[in-house]
Design a protein around this ligand. Sequence first.
Ligand code: PLP
Length: 378
Amino acid sequence: AGTWKSERVIASRQGPHLLLAGGGAGIINFCANNYLGLSSHPEVIRAAVEALEKFGAGLSSVRFICGTQSIHKDLEEKIARFHQREDAILYASCFDANAGIFEALLTPEDAVLSDELNHASIIDGIRLCKANKYRYKHMDMQDLEAKLKEAQKHRLRLVATDGAFSMDGDIAPLREICQLAQKYDALVFIDECHATGFLGPNGRGTDELLGVMDKVTIINSTLGKALGGAAGGYTTGPKPLIDLLRQRSRPYLFSNSLPPAVVGCASKALDLLMESNAIAQSMAAKTQRFRSKMTAAGFTISGKDHPICPVMLGDARLASVMAEDMLNRGIYVIGFSYPVVPKGKARIRVQISAVHSDEDIDRCVEAFTEVGRKHGAL
Ligand code: PLP
């Protein structure tokens, strides 16, 4: 069906310019979640090397046996401070953080209300818990309200949503969600993997962008995208919740501690972001440049003001041949089609990074224009 996924092999560091195995050099990369360009930042790399030398390759242990080092505690404290929350807990990935939270928090007497387009890891985490499950239409507040009314019969209600949705680059209406949560006595959980570090005036995320930092109860996010890109995830929120997760969350209890080098990367990335919001702002300016030039060229770009810029094409084959042709012109982008996105909504997803130059962005727009004309998309 043309849906078999193959992996392109990169022979250099992650960054705006890549060397591909087998020869392709100077490829401009527009498909990493390296939103702030910190994956290969010299200070981030140096911090990893220092942590590796001082704390070793790894812990050979889970956290509660003998896998907690001072750097793990320091990073958890830093994450909580960054998000202005009481405490934080580290996981090997955000996939694990999402897999661990719902089961630990919710019982069969409770309810979880989930946006239908939430990330696969939220869906899997919800599958693992025994709470009553409600799925509301994507960002549809009428439907959420109807489901919240229905869920009044349960002991506790948790609304779960991605802060920014990775396939469409759209942002959850958190103000309205928080208002409804208040009205119907629910807690709000957000997955901030595509927001932490760059959305909002200080890069704190969707809750900062939409002015609801004091209304969202629980945040899960990743260290594997904007925050250095190595790996790791976390939950941050009220201290009693974090205490509960340390006792009961299975991916935390039964999986190895984060390696020191990975902790070193994330910790340095957070230092850089807490020192200044200049990196986050430079990414916003680049995003604006790409979105406005592509729209002027005649393309439809989904979402708004987010560095995920889906170039909507409709046809799956068109998305795939155009992405191939873009690579022939030195631009690395990926086409997405069904079942990753709905049928008839195939697209090429472009992701902007703070380390793209204006020239990189202009070259990308030029290549899209040429390739779009060639294949009848314009
Ligand atoms: N949540 C969202 C919205 C994601 O996009 C991803 C990664 O693709 C994850 C969770 C999982 O994050 P991690 O790579 O840290 O497991």
